[in-house]
Design a protein around this ligand. Structure first.
Ligand code: PLP
Length: 444
């Protein structure tokens, strides 16, 4: 038996394990320090009571022969697919039907599994920095090519996201087969406006590309000019699959439920140019390799579409958003260069003149007892940045920001000198030297 050697090519993902071991070490060395976790990508607010009540009822259903549920439909129960189609799409003027929707056990599995239905030779395009699953799952499927010295893969197109483009990738010059787009973005918290997303849809239509639109954080969008769904853009149903999750929206990170939208209009071609609906392929894939999400969890997710459920989601999202907004404002004031934190739970930031994400991580940990996620772990364009999240409690968030703000960042990093320090320092040194010279020469 030969193994899939793509797995050995893949470097270990050190980011989260390294953060965890550094925090463990820190705790062991400073048992009295009150560490505040601002790196958490998990939610902290509990599940809404209307959801837990619905799940209790579903558990009771399982105990009676006339309401017992065994294997469910692989695509998901119609009661949930219909609630999603109606509430998340039709009521917002988007023509998506229950037939287009596939219930999943969360976004991560589908992001990886979709690789089953497009050619192994597909060229993949990803934003750098980005959610690591896009690259790693492509590499596992043999689409990476070779790992290069800079940590990038030879067959993957990386779309650099930097301060110059506001951490938003622009459409590539070359043709790419499959594009992973994430808005609101993890880790940078940036979002595509309607016009920007239209450019991507137009690009995909021109180049016959597939867009995999990861909108796991769509519920955080409050700006009316920012689309929550790619299908708000005309023509997107012909080029895009949309992936959504109840994880961050409704606290389902432990329950596991999400959905993937594959519209009937979306088609791919074989080598002879014959067209095939992707929905047919995805349905075939799912009915072979997936036996459906749990009935109990799907009943819980259905409760999110009741008035109480929607109210509960809004409350959770408002809490996380107000944390993120607070972080953004406090960190801007403290002298950081900040992105995200609006329409997103993530804040992406750096100190001018600090190019090392790990150094900044260490500094916040040792001087403020605040943990962060080093941006370099999300791609080489993340160098120098760190990610903070709005998922902690409002009290801890405020306390953490207060501690960072008191860190004397300005003096140590030259922020007080408007970051034009280098020339100023040289000028001051020159004046000092001139003073010394004139003094030694006895000139007054
Ligand atoms: N997509 C993005 C951008 C994420 O950040 C995450 C989780 O952090 C996921 C997908 C996975 O979500 P799920 O919990 O539904 O698997």
């Amino acid at each position: 038996m030969y193994i899939n050697e793509n797995f050995i090519k893949l470097p270990q993902s050190y980011l989260f394990s390294t953060v965890a071991s550094k925090l463990k070490e820190y705790r062991a060395a400073h048992p009295d320090a009150e560490l505040i976790r601002m790196d958490i990508g998990d939610v902290t607010l509990p599940i809404a009571s209307c959801v837990t009540e619905a799940m209790h009822r579903a558990v009771d259903d399982m105990s009676k022969s006339d309401t017992f549920h065994g294997y469910g439909p692989e695509q998901g129960y119609p009661f949930l697919r219909e609630a999603i189609a109606k509430t998340d799409y039709q009521e917002r003027g988007i023509d998506i039907t229950a037939d287009d929707i596939f219930i999943s056990d969360g976004a991560k599995s589908d992001l990886g599994n979709l690789g089953n239905i497009y050619s192994q030779k597909s060229i993949i395009g990803v934003a750098d920095p980005g959610y690591p699953v896009y690259v790693d799952s492509s590499v596992m499927d043999g689409r990476g090519g070779e790992l290069l010295g800079d940590g990038r893969w030879s067959r993957i197109l990386y779309m650099d996201c930097k301060p110059e483009n506001g951490f938003k990738p622009g459409v590539p010059k070359q043709s790419v087969d499959v594009l992973f787009l994430c808005s609101p973005c993890n880790p940078t918290g940036t979002v595509f406006t309607r016009d920007e997303l239209k450019e991507w849809v137009d690009y995909a239509r021109r180049n016959r590309s597939l867009i995999i639109f990861d909108s796991a954080y769509e519920a955080f969008v409050t700006d009316p000019d920012v689309p929550r769904s790619i299908y708000e853009i005309e023509g997107a149903k012909e080029v895009a699959i949309e992936i959504r999750s109840f994880s961050k929206t409704a606290g389902f990170t432990g329950l596991r439920c999400g959905y993937t939208v594959v519209p009937a209009e979306l088609k791919g071609t074989d080598r002879e140019g014959n067209e095939y609906p992707l929905r047919q392929l995805w349905n075939r894939r799912q009915s072979t390799k997936f036996n459906g999400a749990s009935y109990i969890i799907q009943r819980g997710a259905e409760a999110l579409y009741t008035p109480e459920g929607r109210e509960a989601i809004k409350k959770n999202i408002d809490t996380y958003l107000s944390n993120a907004r607070y972080i953004r404002q406090a960190m801007e004031k403290a002298g950081f260069e900040v992105y995200g934190g609006e329409n997103s739970p993530y804040v992406w930031m750096r100190l001018p003149e600090e190019n090392d994400s790990w150094a900044l991580f260490e500094r916040l940990l040792s001087e403020a007892q605040v943990s962060s996620t080093p941006g370099i772990g999300f791609g080489e364009c993340g160098a120098g940045f760190i990610r903070l999240t709005g998922f902690n409690t409002p009290e801890n968030t405020r306390k953490a920001m207060d501690r960072i703000s008191k860190m004397n960042l300005k003096r140590e990093n030259g922020a007080e000198d408007d970051f034009s320090s280098l020339n100023d320092v040289k000028a001051i040194k020159a004046i000092d030297e001139l003073d010394k010279l004139t003094e030694s020469l006895g000139i007054k």
